[in-house]
Design a protein around this ligand. Sequence first.
Ligand SMILES: *[C@@H]1O[C@H](CO)[C@@H](O)[C@H](O)[C@H]1NC(C)=O
Ligand SMILES: *[C@@H]1O[C@H](CO)[C@@H](O)[C@H](O)[C@H]1NC(C)=O
Ligand SMILES: *[C@@H]1O[C@H](CO)[C@@H](O)[C@H](O)[C@H]1NC(C)=O
Ligand SMILES: *[C@@H]1O[C@H](CO)[C@@H](O)[C@H](O)[C@H]1NC(C)=O
Ligand SMILES: *[C@@H]1O[C@H](CO)[C@@H](O)[C@H](O)[C@H]1NC(C)=O
Ligand SMILES: *[C@@H]1O[C@H](CO)[C@@H](O)[C@H](O)[C@H]1NC(C)=O
Ligand SMILES: *[C@@H]1O[C@H](CO)[C@@H](O)[C@H](O)[C@H]1NC(C)=O
Ligand SMILES: *[C@H]1O[C@H](CO)[C@@H](O)[C@H](O)[C@H]1NC(C)=O
Length: 676
Amino acid sequence: MAFATILSLLSLAAAVLAQVTSTSLSMALFDDSDQMPHLRAMKWNITYYDRDAVAPGYWFVAPYWYLFGEKHSNRWTPCQVGPYIYDQDGELIWAGSCKYENRNVWNFKVVDIDNTPHLALRLVASPDEPGTDGSMVLLNDRYQEVSRTPIPAADYDTHELQITSNPRRGISIVLYPKQLNLSAFGQPEKTTHIDTGGFIEFDLDTGHRTFQWFADEHIALDESFVFDHTDETPNPDYAHLNSVQKTGNGNYLLSARHCNTIYYIDGSTGHIIWRLGGKRSSFTANFHFERQHDARFLTANETHMSLTFLNNAADERAVFEPFSSAMHVELDLTSMTATLLTLYPRPDGKITNRRGNVQTIRTSGLSSSSVPGPNGTDTDTETTNALVNWSNDAYISEHTLAGTLLMEARFASHRFDTYRAFKFPWVSRRPSQPPALVAFAHGMRANTSAFSSLSTTVYVSWNGATEVRRWRFYARAPRPSNSTATYGYMNFTNPRVEIGSVPKSGFETAFTVPGYLSHISVEALDVNNRILGFSEEEVVTTPPYWAAGTGAESPGPDDPEEILAALQPRPELELEPEPESVLDGRLSVSVLLLLLALVFMAGLVLGRGAAYLPPLLARVGRVPVGAWRRVRSLGYLPWVLTWTWMGRSNEAGYSKVEGGEVHIVHLAERERGRDW
Ligand SMILES: *[C@@H]1O[C@H](CO)[C@@H](O)[C@H](O)[C@H]1NC(C)=O
Ligand SMILES: *[C@@H]1O[C@H](CO)[C@@H](O)[C@H](O)[C@H]1NC(C)=O
Ligand SMILES: *[C@@H]1O[C@H](CO)[C@@H](O)[C@H](O)[C@H]1NC(C)=O
Ligand SMILES: *[C@@H]1O[C@H](CO)[C@@H](O)[C@H](O)[C@H]1NC(C)=O
Ligand SMILES: *[C@@H]1O[C@H](CO)[C@@H](O)[C@H](O)[C@H]1NC(C)=O
Ligand SMILES: *[C@@H]1O[C@H](CO)[C@@H](O)[C@H](O)[C@H]1NC(C)=O
Ligand SMILES: *[C@@H]1O[C@H](CO)[C@@H](O)[C@H](O)[C@H]1NC(C)=O
Ligand SMILES: *[C@H]1O[C@H](CO)[C@@H](O)[C@H](O)[C@H]1NC(C)=O
């Protein structure tokens, strides 16, 4: 995991650098172009205990830095905050941080709309647009927005966004400030400020409100564990609603953190049907919980219900239990008893004093993003895992429903959190943005062979594409045009030539061919070698030293056909005895250097000796003394040669494309000199 350490150091350095290099770019940076040069995606530190038992799917997270967003400044900011999809190796699948301008995003997940998986997210208003409340965004499987519903309420809360498909509704928690009297405490003449709101349901297409429920009409002030009427200014957030789930029969399950209570609410009258936990629990329970989050029904029949939630067991002021845990509990509606089925302790034994969530996911088949619970989809408990987001550093863990720890993971960087984390199956065959490709030429044209020291490296990625298995590369030779073309001397009438294909490796795949190819394009292939998409044809970037007047001439592009012809006999070559390799070259140079050094020493000895015995030597070898002195001066030659040789090897630039040790995303950016 030293790699992860290096990366977190890198990201720290990046943060420092970002502060220092304050250039006057701001919004323009968040270009939603296919290449995303400013993307810096978080890496993960992952530990698997049982890799085979985890549920299939991708991780859906939305890292943020400041809870309430940061106003844009002129400071250079990479794209980091926003919605992301990762695979279970922590490899980036989709980054939406550039698309959404580093804005905070909540509740990023997959929802079914008319039986089609969509991405849903709540996008906060841009800090540059005060007075607006952001929006609910739905994206299709090509990452195109199918709807963007402005947030209807004035004090829209970040905690919850549930989407139902039929009818298309959003359910969210809202905040409303109110003045309440203290009659519950025998002081009806005294009033206090309350900003706990309630929740609303609204039409996803029009934004119109279809249902609303306000806490103060149903939850008394004295149910709160944080509201103290004797305080000068009592905590106005007396209930702190943090999750709401609409059930299959139209009721609602509501979590009120500051009441330590989960409420089941009648969807037509708004009346509380039962309370679990807190001061007025309807159940006799063999467990307790404090400051809980994310209450969700898992199963239900006529007599029993089961639900999951995160027992934070702590808040910002106090800690009530040794560690936080997720809970799966069963309610017997006949005897009104509540039983703990499974406890999922936080694997590192620590406390999550705020936020977090629990998601139950199927280990086989589709994960249910629809609403389980009363008269909803009944989940098969045999094949369900629980994914828990412990909320600090995006710390997540996956457990079997029975409680066995399967996996834990967290961001390698400690700068980012995500409010909730989810796992869903997800397929995007053809994101609407084409694959992004950048390519760089390296090296010098040598005289011995046409392209011996030249190479072209191509970097390709396709943000969000889940089905790409191979990349197939094409090159096209430019042809001097005899027409009065507007594109300079380039004219793309030559056919494109397939120059190779490689398996997709990670978010960004690199591919290197010998020679300088000037125009490159790429096709994305699926598991059956069907073409999923193709990039634009890109002009290869040439090294600055080709044009810098260093004495190196700018080589003209190679003909891809020639390159291909040179590549063809490769398999046979591999069977033959090792051709002269770079190492052999170095060895032979070393031997040469050794010989020259011997000559130098001989020159030194003989030269000096000759100074004392000129007559003898002149007689024996008929060589004049001056000639020996010249031999001695040859001894300086090796050093000159060594220097030149090293210089040439650097110029070839191969070191830039070797090694996979760099940033998760943008090897290409390192080539552009933007690495940090
Ligand atoms: C990665 O996680 C493991 C287990 O949680 C931990 O021991 C290790 O220190 C972490 N490494 C880094 C670089 O955070
Ligand atoms: C205090 O509030 C309760 C409930 O909101 C209301 O019924 C009652 O009239 C109020 N009393 C006074 C004195 O305002
Ligand atoms: C309801 O669920 C409980 C526990 O899951 C089970 O014991 C009971 O038999 C079920 N009742 C019916 C009618 O299916
Ligand atoms: C499920 O729906 C039926 C009728 O649609 C209703 O009678 C029953 O009470 C519902 N069950 C629960 C647990 O809400
Ligand atoms: C290549 O060789 C020719 C003649 O052999 C010479 O004039 C030219 O300078 C050489 N070019 C380079 C780059 O070495
Ligand atoms: C361009 O060159 C080709 C032959 O190389 C010739 O046939 C053609 O007429 C030329 N076109 C123009 C516009 O000069
Ligand atoms: C390229 O050349 C062809 C003819 O050889 C000509 O028709 C075409 O307009 C040229 N395109 C450009 C962009 O110069
Ligand atoms: C889980 O929630 C915490 C608290 O908000 C957050 O810091 C963390 O990043 C989340 N993890 C994931 C993977 O979403």
